[in-house]
Design a protein around this ligand. Structure first.
Ligand code: R5P
Length: 283
C-alpha cells in the first residue's frame, strides 16, 4: 500500500502514512507558466493499493485530484482509494432552483471514474455519499474536536442550527457538558438570521460547533446571541475552516475567544488533526 498526498492535503497524507505505517509515495508536481498542473508518481505503484489524499477545494485542487487518480490508474495501481478530507461543492447537494446543477453529484461522478473507495470527513449532508458510483464512507471530526475542547473548561456546546444538533450532542457526551441549539434561517450566501431564544449561557464557557465556517456569518451571529445571554468565553470550532473573505475579522469582532478547525483545509487555525478519524478505514 502507498499513500499519495495531493498538494492540498500533504500533512493529512503524512499523518496517515505515520499512523498506518505505510510509505508515502514520492511525487513530483509543478505548475506550468500558464498555471496548468503537472504531476508524476515516482515510486513504482504497479499492483499496489494506493490511497490518494486530496481536498477538493479550492477549484484547482479538483483537477489535481483527477490527474493523480489518472496517474495511479496509468501506473497500474491494483486498487485506488480516494480520501477527500474536505469535499468542496458538497453544499450544492440538490437543485434548489430549476436550471442549477447538482454540483456534489457532478463531482462525485467524476471522482468515481478512477476510485474503488471514497472516504470524506463530515460532509454537509450524509446522503451525498450515495452520489458516488463506488463505495463511499464518511468519518466525523467531532470526537477529535471534543477532545481538544475538553481542556478548555467548556460548560456548554451549542449548535448554530438544528442540522448541527447531532454533532453537539456527541461532543457534549465526550466533554461532559450541556448542549443546546439555535434556529437559523439563511437569507442569502452572506446573510443569516437567528431566531431569538432563551439560552442558559450566563457566565458560561461555550463552544459553538459546526461542520463548516465559510464567511463566518453563522458563527458571528451566534456569538452575538451568546454575548447577549452573558456568555463568558466563546470558542468556535468546525471541521472545515474555509475562512472566506473577512471571516476571521468577523469572528474576532463578534467577540470570539478562540477559533479551532481541523486540517481538512489547512490554515493557522488547524489545531486538530483529521487523520485519526480517517485511518480506521485502512486498518
Ligand atoms: C450550513 O448549514 C453549514 O452547516 C454552515 O453553518 C455554513 O456553511 C457556514 O457558512 P458561513 O460561515 O458562511 O455562515
Amino acid at each position: 500500500m502507498y499513500i499519495i498526498g495531493g498538494t492540498a492535503s500533504k500533512t493529512v497524507a503524512e499523518d496517515l502514512s505515520k499512523e498506518l505505517g505505510v510509505p508515502l509515495a514520492d511525487t513530483i508536481s509543478k505548475r506550468f507558466p500558464d498555471e496548468e498542473f503537472y504531476v508524476r508518481i515516482v515510486d513504482n505503484i504497479s499492483g499496489e493499493h494506493v490511497v490518494i489524499v486530496q481536498t477538493t477545494y479550492p477549484d484547482q485542487n479538483i483537477v489535481e485530484l483527477f490527474l493523480l487518480q489518472n496517474a495511479a490508474k496509468e501506473a497500474g495501481a491494483k486498487e485506488i482509494s480516494v480520501v477527500i478530507p474536505y469535499f468542496g461543492y458538497a453544499r450544492q447537494d440538490t437543485k434548489f432552483k430549476e436550471g442549477e446543477p447538482i454540483s456534489a453529484k457532478a463531482l462525485a461522478k467524476l471522482i468515481g471514474i478512477n476510485a474503488d473507495k471514497v472516504i470524506t470527513a463530515d460532509p454537509h449532508k450524509e446522503y451525498i455519499l450515495d452520489f458516488f458510483s463506488t463505495s463511499a464512507y464518511s468519518c466525523s471530526a467531532v470526537p477529535e474536536l471534543a477532545k481538544y475542547l475538553k481542556d478548555k473548561n467548556i460548560d456548554m456546546v451549542l449548535a448554530p442550527d438544528k442540522g448541527a444538533l447531532k454533532r453537539v450532542k456527541q461532543a457534549s457526551t465526550i466533554i461532559g457538558c450541556d448542549f443546546d441549539y439555535m434556529e437559523k434561517t439563511r437569507i442569502d450566501g452572506t446573510t443569516i438570521e437567528i431566531k431569538p431564544k432563551k439560552l442558559n449561557a450566563q457566565n458560561k464557557n461555550v463552544a459553538i460547533i459546526d461542520d463548516i465556517i465559510s464567511t463566518g456569518g453563522t458563527m458571528a451571529v451566534s456569538i452575538q446571541e451568546l454575548k447577549k445571554h452573558g456568555a463568558k468565553n466563546i470558542f468556535v470550532a468546525c471541521t472545515h475552516g474555509l475562512f472566506a473573505g473577512d471571516a476571521v475579522k468577523k469572528l474576532n469582532s463578534a467577540g470570539c475567544n478562540e477559533i479551532i478547525s481541523t486540517d481538512t483545509v489547512q490554515s493557522e487555525f488547524s489545531k486538530v488533526k483529521i487523520a485519526p478519524c480517517i485511518s480506521p478505514f485502512f486498518r
